[in-house]
Design a protein around this ligand. Structure first.
Ligand code: R5P
Length: 296
């Protein structure tokens, strides 16, 4: 097997390749003056089994077309098989048609990836696991929660406590997994989102957090409101320090300000999103998963 790193995840691809001693395929990319993408393999891929690594954080649509072009070219040049590792699988909110006439974007992406010839898909902490039911190829939703918990545990936390900032099943199981990894306690908060305004409300409840260091574990931070609401509740109940560990630190406009004002001391994301918060790598998570499936 060889690894191909797309423009959004080239460093992650090298990290994976280095860790398991797999070669990273040389490629050439550029943007034309009008913005169109150019992609070229700089070495033979005919007959090769390829792991194509490309995360779909913003700008999602640019990263998507880059991914499609890499897969198409690999197949076109005779690659034997293609596994796609897409740490952040964008468009995973729209798993069905909620309003008449809507595009079910997750279905469209599944169809294109399969039509292009992807044989298996690996992703990290997908926003909505229901999206994966639209795929006919094998799909694997992995979690970075354990790696995030280990990162914070290495900071000498005082009686660490893990919190899921909402009560979705996946959010709770991520928090549980993170807590188990570092042998800590965990709990969750109930959150409601207004379907029309998008505003969120988090309901306070008594938690055993007084004088303890708390880590909020979530899949995404976008506006920062979910984590900020949780942090305010935790601080009010006497939490000593509050941190946020997030698989995909998308951090939209004002998110950082919102999080800091709520008292969050540090935000750690993963290299699913290439930014200054990528303090934890998802490389060990995908390597572990690949080892189970493929004879590496
Ligand atoms: C909720 O459904 C997700 O797990 C995240 O909590 C949510 O996407 C975070 O979004 P925001 O930062 O905009 O509150």
């Amino acid at each position: 097997m060889k690894i191909v790193g797309g423009p959004s995840s080239s460093e992650l691809a090298y990290k994976i390749g280095k860790a398991i001693m797999l070669p990273v395929v040389k490629t050439r990319t550029k943007r034309f003056p009008d913005g169109e993408f150019y992609f070229k393999f700089d070495e033979e891929v005919s007959g090769e089994d390829l792991l194509i690594v490309q995360s779909l954080y913003p700008p999602q649509d640019s990263h998507l077309i880059e991914l499609f072009m890499m897969i198409h070219t690999a197949k076109d040049l005779g690659a034997r098989s293609i596994i796609s590792f897409i740490p952040y699988l964008a468009y995973s909110r729209q798993d069905e048609r909620y309003l008449d006439g809507e595009c079910v974007s997750s279905v469209m992406i599944a169809k294109i990836l399969e039509d292009l010839g992807v044989e298996a898909l690996y992703t990290i902490d997908i926003h909505n696991e229901k999206v994966l039911k639209h795929y006919k190829i094998p799909t694997f939703n992995l979690t970075a929660a354990g790696e995030l918990a280990k990162y914070f545990a290495s900071k000498n936390l005082k009686e660490p406590f893990i919190i899921a900032p909402d009560d979705e099943e996946m959010a709770i199981s991520r928090a549980e997994y993170a807590a188990k990894t570092i042998n800590a306690e965990y709990d969750y908060l109930r959150k409601e989102r207004d379907r029309y305004t998008g505003d969120i409300r988090t309901f306070a409840k008594r938690m055993n957090v007084k004088d303890r260091d708390v880590v909020i574990i979530d899949d995404i931070i976008s506006t920062g409101k979910t984590a900020a609401n949780a942090a305010r509740i935790l601080k009010k109940q006497g939490a000593r320090r509050v941190f946020a560990g997030v698989s995909h630190a998308l951090l939209g406009k004002n998110a950082l300000k919102t999080l800091r004002e709520a008292g969050i001391e540090e935000i750690a994301g993963t290299d699913s999103v290439t930014n200054e918060f990528a303090k934890v790598s998802v490389a060990p998570v995908i390597i572990e998963a690949l080892k189970k499936k493929i004879n590496l």
